[in-house]
Write a new protein. Sequence first.
Length: 231
Amino acid sequence: MLQAINLTKNYNNQTALNNLNLTIQKGEVFCLLGQNGAGKTTTINLFLGFTTPTTGQALVNGIAVENDSEAARKHLAYIPEVVMLYPNLSSIENLDFFSRLAGFKYTTQQLEGFLEKVGLQKDAFEKRMGGHSKGMRQKVGIAIALAKNADVLLMDEPTSGLDPKATAEFTELVKNLGKEGKAILMATHDIFNAVEVGTTIGIMRRGELVHQMPTSNLMATDLQKLYLETI
Ligand SMILES: Nc1ncnc2c1ncn2[C@@H]1O[C@H](COP(=O)(O)OP(=O)(O)OP(=O)(O)O)[C@@H](O)[C@H]1O
């Protein structure tokens, strides 16, 4: 579970995030929308412990990130816009390496099981990551999250630049992870995909969460209208 309590981040005299209060439960896929500079990445970075709050708290499964970022990170997996792994290692070698780093040692069969689960084509298991497409790299990134047994996923614009088929596959994968009980926070500019993948939508404007709503019965066109009226 992710929780932000009165979370605020100022850079010099500028407020990047203003008094954010947010709870993302297990099984929830929370899609955060907002213009460039609205504060989405800052929110994610505070949960990751990449930056410290000016005031307030970011909690991961009840652990205050600022107090013990290492403990908090054990529950987290991060899928950035571009998944950067070791280009000279294969998918399975990267998966093995990052699993071991997180303290998990798997058999080849188990590692292959993770890659199968995320839908990576079999002939890419042994190929070096440097030749993978963006969508393939993201699948390996999610396989690492599964292997790490992370129950909270943070994703920053994961579908930008993906083709429609890769986006559809990614969407299905994330929806299933939500159904399996992961808590997911995803920053995105894709309103239509947010309605498809998310259980909850948040709209940020100038560092504030100004709207929050469930996606049940939400039409993408209505969300688009609200978004354009809000920003
Ligand atoms: N390291 C930093 N130093 C100074 N200002 C920063 C820093 N990181 C972010 N900001 C500022 O904080 C504000 C929020 O930025 P943030 O990256 O969180 O926005 P965003 O919603 O993720 O935008 P985008 O959609 O472009 O990724 C912006 O005004 C940005 O300039």
